[in-house]
Design a binder for this molecule. Structure first.
Ligand code: BEZ
Length: 389
């Protein structure tokens, strides 16, 4: 081939590339939000939606040069409907990204389908350990926590506060069991004993009989996992049963996050461990809280933060690929290598794509989750069963 033909070919290839990039830029990225809009986790779902959209709106509605479009499905926090719901998003709506969910059982179904289909999945809450364990995959990321993490951090804090015996109470489903296991692991490592484990079917809120058992067991402290509407009821019932001043109540932070207004004085003094708190006082968090309050007329909570960061990592991946989400290797590498500038404080991703982050011990003081100390520094989920390195 002579030099002028070669030059013509090179010019043609460059023109094709430019036109492919231009047509890519015209196509929106479809984000399939599979979040609860009804039931005990409805408020959590709403705040996740708000947090995600806030970040995208701050970038002018585009990430990596691509417009962001939303398709929403009510997950109802119902694992039995999860496969049908996620298939609807993948097959019918042909979404580029799955965002969800709140409930661990729903997230497991989403992770299974994401792993099979290769669709990018970002989990903005549900902590199911297996999502970043045996189900881990290059296209699956979590910006929240594994259930093991806040459980483990709470056990460390309770032991450090000098408690030797505890009763643990939780909803009887994956998230509750895994948080309880994480709690037990660190509490027992520190010499503590869990004298009783109590379970309530999800999403029931009939706590009376179990509160009577707690009073009879007289432990040094109580560990609890409940969230959303269930957490409001549990904290109120705990106080009404006369236990608030008798047996210190601890829990993973979901017990008092996004719930304090409804719990009122009954929540004062409750101690929880979480990767976020209300009054961090950093410029990054202050700016986020102000922007969120301006956009939605209320303060954000941990769910809003996790979702804001889900949009941030999507932006990191799309920026690195020039908006080409099909360029999976570059997309994944960019997120794996990133330090995410989160309102909670900076975090990185573990090799199984779960945040490595600080956990704060918080105490409800004057109606806010105030930091007492760092309960666990740079806590990384062990990623048991994940083969990615
Ligand atoms: C879960 O099911 O993983 C979960 C739900 C609400 C708060 C925290 C975890």
């Amino acid at each position: 081939m002579n030099t002028s033909k070669m030059a013509q070919r090179a010019a043609l290839s460059a023109a094709i590339l430019v036109s492919a990039q231009a047509s890519l830029a015209e196509e929106p990225i479809k984000v399939g939000m599979m979040l609860p809009a009804t039931g005990t986790y409805a408020k959590l779902g709403n705040n996740i939606k708000n947090g995600f959209k806030l970040y995208v709106d701050e970038q002018g509605g585009t990430l990596g040069g691509r417009q962001i479009e939303y398709v929403e499905v009510d997950s109802e926090a119902n694992p039995a409907k999860a496969i049908d719901n996620v298939n609807k998003l993948i097959k019918q709506h042909e979404v580029d990204v799955l965002l969800g969910s709140v409930h661990s059982g729903v997230a497991l179904a989403m992770a299974k389908r994401a792993k099979e289909s290769g669709t990018v999945l970002i989990v903005p809450n549900a902590g199911a350990d297996n999502v970043t364990g045996p189900l881990c995959a290059p296209n699956i990321f979590r910006t929240s926590f594994s259930n093991w993490q806040p459980g483990y951090a709470t056990g460390q804090a309770m032991a450090e506060d000098g408690h030797k015996t505890a009763v643990a109470i939780t909803w009887k489903y994956g998230a509750g069991k895994e948080m309880l296991d994480g709690f037990k692991e660190s509490f027992e490592e520190a010499g503590g004993t869990v004298v009783k484990e109590l379970y309530v079917p999800f999403p029931n809120v009939e706590f009376q009989a179990l509160l009577t058992q707690i009073a009879a067991a007289k432990p040094d402290a109580v560990f609890a996992f409940f969230a959303g509407g269930g957490a409001v009821k549990f904290v109120k019932d705990y106080a009404a049963a006369g236990l608030k001043d008798a047996i210190p109540l601890y829990g993973t932070g979901f017990l008092t996050d996004g719930t304090l207004e409804a719990q009122g004085a009954d929540a004062e003094g409750v101690k929880t461990a979480l990767h976020y708190a209300d009054a961090l006082g950093t410029p990054r968090d202050d700016a986020f809280r102000e922007a969120y309050a301006q956009a939605y007329g209320e303060q954000p909570d941990v769910y809003s933060v996790q979702a804001y960061d889900a949009a941030q990592i999507l932006g990191i991946g799309l920026e690195a690929t020039g908006g080409d989400i099909a360029n999976k290797e570059t997309f994944t590498a960019a997120i794996r290598n990133a330090t995410v500038d989160s309102p909670r404080g900076e975090f990185t991703m573990s090799s199984s794509h779960n945040p490595v982050q600080d956990f704060y011990l918080r105490e409800v003081t004057d109606g806010v989750n105030k930091v007492v100390r760092i309960a666990s520094k740079s806590l990384s989920d062990p990623g048991r069963g994940c083969r990615m390195k």
